[in-house]
Design a protein around this ligand. Structure first.
Ligand code: DMJ
Length: 463
């Protein structure tokens, strides 16, 4: 009788949990569809009001270019999301436009870091999807123009390069801008079978790493010619540093470069030893003096919320989950995140929210690694808040101040490339996308790992 009763309870439990799983899956699937519809609506607004230009201004229904001439950043950056969502006509339209109607031979100075992650990364993702040789030609042409920036005494790129003349300027640069190139330039080396790009990128990363302090920490801002640290002695993992660490690990994942593995091992050990801090029961990664390891400013930027994703994928899952809890707590203080936050004063010191993706990216990685529905619930809340505060009649826009929710008139290109993509992926059924066989660039452009044959990687990247 007792056995019968226990069996009945187990069947009831399984039945209910099966029903819950079903409900969760259906709810997530309909959110994925909603994200796709919103992406399409925003893309149509870009086409209507800003086609051919870099960025949509969704309130004035106008456009803005980053420089004197457009670089078509939105379509190039948006492509991999549009393709992943199965918006085939739009994807084909962008592919044709990029291969037949765009020239990068423009007499303008561009920010090397920003165009690398958005334009070179976007073009390479497009090539991987289409195998259109004209797209690869565009990527190669762009890579060659960018390469001129790396011709400095240290190998760290200048801040600006003129796409037409190859002239450079700007000799102080933050660490993210100095050393986050190995991923895109490694992929370019692979597809063009020319190691020059990866070698230049790796030299820049190592030039930063080689200037670490005795306790293994790097600074924030460096002089391209002298290799000296300037402005402050602080170090952290946030805005201005973030992707330097991200690309070390992703180059290991993608290319298996043993030297980068050593660089990553030494870097993550120093980070974990000196930067984490417990405050009021939560885990924070604030600022630290790079020479003494002493805590300085208890400040984070919303870019730092990429770190749970990197911790999770590199095998530090518990730490990743704890850190994501902190970010979730911060989101809930406002209903969106502030760009800069002092966690001891509990103050948003720079309260803008630019439609950034990092907290959603980390929720997606953690959902993948734990399959815990709580991460989808987190993402659902972020999505509802973005719908509430950032949605406009035609697209989405930034918020000037997360305390008042006053809107700004700008839809950053990474909203297409990253934010919408990570929302779509976390709500889609896991079979939609083979996470373990892909590595995302810092701009969320996905690249398929099994397209990179290890023996060929060594030859083509010069490892
Ligand atoms: C993106 O442009 C990239 O992810 C970059 O590395 C830092 N973060 C922004 C978006 O917040």
């Amino acid at each position: 009788m007792k056995i019968l009763f226990i069996t009945f309870l187990l069947i009831l439990f399984w039945g209910c949990s099966g029903q819950n799983d079903n409900q969760n899956t259906q709810a997530a699937a309909s959110l994925a569809q909603q994200v796709k519809q919103e992406a399409k609506r925003s893309w149509d607004a870009y086409k209507k009001y800003a086609w051919g230009h870099d960025v949509l201004l969704p309130i004035s229904k106008s456009y803005k270019d980053w420089y004197e001439q457009s670089l078509h950043i939105s379509p190039i950056d948006a492509y991999s999301t549009i393709k992943l969502m199965g918006l085939e006509d739009d994807a084909k339209y962008i592919e044709n436009y990029v291969s037949d109607s765009i020239s990068f031979n423009k007499d303008i100075y561009v920010k090397v870091f920003e165009v690398n992650i958005r334009i070179l990364g976007g073009l390479l993702a497009m090539y991987e999807q289409t195998e259109n040789p004209k797209v690869l030609k565009q990527a190669e042409d762009f890579g060659n123009r960018m390469l001129k920036a790396f011709d400095s005494k240290t190998g760290i790129p200048y801040y600006w390069v003129n796409l037409k003349t190859g002239a450079v300027k700007g000799d102080t640069i933050n660490v993210a801008e100095a050393g986050s190139y190995t991923f895109e330039m490694g992929i370019l080396s692979y597809y063009t079978q020319n190691p020059v790009y990866y070698q230049a990128a790796k030299k820049a990363t190592k030039a930063v790493f080689d200037r670490r302090s005795e306790i293994g920490l790097i600074g924030e801002i460096i002089n391209v010619n002298t290799g000296e640290w300037v402005v402050s002695n602080d170090t952290h993992i946030g805005a201005g540093v973030d992707s330097y660490y991200e690309y070390m690990y992703k180059s290991v994942l993608m290319f298996g470069d043993p030297e980068m593995q050593e660089v990553w091992n030494a870097s993550i050990a120093a980070i974990e030893k000196y930067i984490p801090e417990e405050f009021e029961g939560r885990l924070w990664y604030g600022h630290v003096d790079k020479d003494s390891g002493k805590k300085t400013t208890p400040q984070v930027t919303l870019y730092d919320a990429f770190f749970p994703a990197i911790l999770a994928v590199s095998g530090h899952l518990n730490q990743a989950e704890r850190l994501q809890q902190t970010w979730d707590w911060l989101w809930n203080q406002y209903g969106l995140e502030p760009m800069v936050y002092n966690y001891k004063e509990k103050k948003a010191t720079y309260p803008v929210y630019d439609l950034n993706p990092e907290i959603i990216e980390s929720a997606y990685y953690l959902y993948h690694f734990t399959k815990d529905e709580k991460y989808r619930k987190m993402a659902e809340k972020y999505w509802q808040d973005i719908l509430k505060y950032c949605r406009t009649d035609v697209a989405f826009t930034q918020v000037k101040d997360v305390q008042t929710m006053e809107q700004n008139d700008y839809m950053a290109t990474f909203f297409f490339a990253e934010t919408l993509k990570y929302f779509y992926l976390i709500f889609s059924s896991p079979e939609t996308f083979d996470f373990d066989n892909h590595v995302f660039s810092t701009e969320a452009h996905p690249f398929q790992r099994d397209k990179f044959q290890p023996d060929q990687v060594k030859i083509r990247l010069g490892i």
